[in-house]
Design a protein around this ligand. Structure first.
Ligand code: CP
Length: 317
């Protein structure tokens, strides 16, 4: 297994099964800090820099919370318009990250352009963590999701994953890459204009990911152990910021998971994950059902990022 020390976390395409398991072991070790609301000193001599060119609630704040929990320091920006990258100068990724590497020991970046974190990593000698790049990937979210499944169901193998929503989404790319390392079948359902792209399917085929496209949630929910959701009423992820239209479309029934559908068709043991924010595809009365795990997932987001920061900064092997 490759060392995590100094490593950029850009994609789950190149993660081995052993590497997933190592990250999850470190999560188990560090979880007590978050569970007991304790702060430690594992990263007391380290500084995290967050460079967020797109809005975020969970990813930025859970990464910052993780650093605080381990006694580290945090600085950064959450609105590129207030930096030279977002004003008159439109400063390049190259020039920006050439400087940012002197301000922090690890950089967490979210950007509206696919590939921007990889470009940043070319120009920064400190580890760069991709916190979402356009439609590209969202590795820390999907590591959080997989850790949640592993803790809730005890395994990532032998499971059927029902993936629901916009298949252009970065989470869908990262989870399908990750499933190449596990004994898993994915049932994929989303609107035709948001389906898996041919080039992405070719990549999945090249690593033997088992997936099948189906037409509606109702066609696959009975087989699912994990119901993994994203909205289909969606912002354009290639934009820095998208204002909301006055009138929003509603989600067709084929891409919704409701309390009634769960009662009628779902396995009693199935769990629902949603990276959030949600729209009307997941009504809030599902929160009271035994299937809901998205709030555990939110807690695990801090745990996972504690583990990842500790690994890339060399605080744990
Ligand atoms: N899940 C997720 O990426 O949420 P944020 O956009 O709030 O970070």
């Amino acid at each position: 297994m490759r060392s995590f020390l100094g490593r950029d976390i850009l994609s789950l395409k190149d993660f081995s099964r052993d590497e997933f398991n190592r990250v999850f072991q470190v999560c188990d070790d560090l979880k007590p800090y978050a569970r007991d609301r304790r702060n430690g000193d594992l990263l007391k001599d380290k500084t995290l820099l967050t460079a967020f060119y797109q809005p975020s609630t969970r990813t930025r704040l859970s990464t910052e919370a993780a650093m605080h929990r381990l006694g580290g320091h945090v600085l950064g920006f959450s609105d590129a318009k207030m930096t030279r990258a977002g004003d008159f100068y439109q400063e390049s990724i190259k020039d920006t990250f050439h400087m940012l590497e002197y301000y922090g020991d690890v950089i967490a970046i979210r950007h509206f352009q696919q590939g921007a974190p990889a470009e940043a990593a070319r120009w920064a000698s400190v580890p760069v963590i991709n916190c979402g790049d356009g439609w590209g990937e969202h590795p820390t979210q999907v590591l959080t999701d997989l850790y949640t499944i592993r803790t809730e169901l005890g395994t990532l193998d032998g499971l059927t994953y029902l993936l629901v929503g916009d298949m252009r989404m970065r989470t869908m790319h990262s989870i399908l890459y990750a499933l190449s390392q596990f004994d898993a079948e994915a049932l994929v359902v989303g609107p035709p204009d948001m389906s898996l792209l041919p080039e992405f399917k070719a990549e999945l085929d090249a690593v033997n990911v088992r997936y099948r496209e189906i037409e509606s949630v109702a066609d696959g929910i009975a087989q699912a152990d994990v119901i993994y959701m994203e909205p289909v009423v969606q912002a354009d992820y290639t934009k820095g910021r998208v204002e909301r239209d006055a009138v929003l479309p509603t989600t067709p029934e084929a891409y919704r998971v409701t309390r009634e559908l769960l009662a009628a068709k779902a396995k009693s043991s199935s769990i629902i994950l949603h990276s959030l924010p949600r729209m009307d595809e997941l009504p809030s009365d599902v929160d009271e059902t035994r299937h809901q795990r998205y709030w555990v997932e939110a807690f695990n987001g801090v745990v996972l990022r504690m583990a990842l920061l500790s690994l890339v900064l060399g605080a744990v092997e």
